[in-house]
Design a protein around this ligand. Structure first.
Ligand code: IFM
Length: 407
């Protein structure tokens, strides 16, 4: 078990690297799905500036950094693996080790190579095998440097936004297809888990699950029922399946997935906000909007829910790593208080004996926020997307003080 508490920031390749036109998101951007017409073309140019970004992370006095591999750079064509891209990420890992920063490596964060997207993407029957092949080609090379692995970032978000609400690629709106994709992620995770454990038996593997605080819109039994079901489907089902190896609604009816049981070494927890759910005759449930304080991204500012989210995932009796938490707040009006409150909630949970390995703030700097483009600013560093200058927000100082034990 890690001795030092991990304090860090989190990023994802497609959101910061720039200069890559080879994945499904790039194509989605070209189709005009992004707010403000934005594209990931340059993003933060971190493909070239990653050393400078590690400097920024170190200036916060962090000792960990979470980032992701861009599959479409590493395997730009089916079955062809690019040695330069592979070396690029290895160099990053080596540099982090030199700086005594713990890398937390995400193998898949929202994007797939175009060749795979054009074949049917996550729904292709061989998606788990394609992911396995990708992992086989990178995991043994990176294993000497990595202890904490995340196979898939927010499988529940990709399934919900891409296959139920249709606002992420491929823009599908179908409950059954959403369920099928979740099952594909479980199959893919199980395969990746084995590869990682074979290469590095001591390493710890998880997904990063997005946990929303889901509350009933009213005290009515039907609203409670609807909220409970959404909570099960969205927050709980995937992790439970990783523990007992069985499918459940919405991705099955109890069948066993080979190799899946006990593939949750720790819980990677991403927390942002709360939603209210009400019962509806048509569709079963709907989000109910209440008059609550909201971030720039229209999410309720609800740091109080963080403690509850930790309590919820503590039920799996595994160590917890906070793999993301943050707020879209261009003017840095609410972030300092948000930070103080989530760290307070985390400390309370730790005092109660819940094992927490670390806290990784989303995000190091403003970046390409998927369908929201550059309109949402999650960064501790403010980014000028014209000059690519990075400037610390006041919250960066606060986070530095927290990481230094001064708060
Ligand atoms: O930017 C995203 C990230 O890619 C996944 N989790 C939520 C973040 C903020 O919306």
């Amino acid at each position: 078990m890690e001795k030092r508490f991990l304090w860090g920031t989190a990023t994802a390749a497609h959101q910061i690297e720039g200069g890559n036109r080879n994945n499904d998101w790039w194509e989605w951007e070209q189709l005009g799905h992004i707010k403000g017409g934005g594209s990931s073309d340059i993003a933060c140019d971190s493909w070239n500036r990653w050393r400078q970004d590690l400097d920024l992370a170190q200036e916060l006095n962090t000792n960990a950094y979470r980032f992701s591999l861009e599959w479409s750079r590493i395997e730009p064509e089916e079955g062809r693996f690019d040695p330069e891209a592979i070396d690029h990420y290895r160099e990053m890992l080596q540099e982090m080790r030199r700086r005594e920063m713990e890398p937390i490596l995400t193998l898949h964060h929202f994007t797939i190579p175009l060749w795979l997207a054009h074949k049917g993407g996550y729904e292709h029957p061989d998606f788990p095998a394609y992911f396995e092949r990708f992992c086989q080609n990178v995991v043994p090379l990176y294993a000497p440097y990595v202890r904490y692995w995340i196979t898939i970032n927010e499988p529940n978000v990709i399934a919900a936004l891409g296959y139920l609400f249709g606002i992420f690629p491929p823009g599908v709106q179908s409950f059954s297809r959403c369920g099928r994709v979740l099952k594909q992620f479980l199959l893919a995770h199980a395969r990746a888990y084995r590869i990682i454990k074979n290469a590095a038996p001591q390493s710890l593997v998880s997904v990063a699950i997005n946990v929303q605080n889901i509350s009933p819109a009213s005290a009515s039994p039907l609203d409670r029922l609807a909220a409970g079901l959404v909570d099960q489907f969205y927050n709980r089902g995937f992790l439970k399946a990783m523990v007992d190896g069985r499918t459940r609604m919405p991705f099955g009816w109890g069948s066993r997935i080979p190799g899946l049981a006990n593939t949750l070494d720790y819980v990677g927890l991403n927390y942002y906000s709360r939603i209210f759910i009400g019962f509806r005759l048509r569709g079963g449930f709907a989000e109910v909007r209440k008059a609550v304080p909201r971030s720039d991204m229209d999410q309720e500012i609800y740091p109080q829910g963080f403690y509850q989210a930790i309590r919820q995932v503590a039920a799996y009796k595994k160590p917890i790593l906070i793999t993301e938490s943050g707020i879209a707040d261009a003017r840095d009006q609410y972030r300092p208080d948000y930070l103080r409150q989530v760290i307070g909630g985390m400390r309370q949970a730790m005092q109660e004996g819940i094992p927490i390995l670390g806290y990784l703030h989303w995000s190091l700097m403003d970046n390409f926020e998927w369908n929201e483009g550059y309109s949402q600013k999650f960064g501790l560093y403010e980014m000028d997307f014209t000059t690519l200058e990075r400037k610390p927000r006041p919250s960066a100082q606060l986070f530095r003080a927290i990481c230094s034990g001064e708060h």
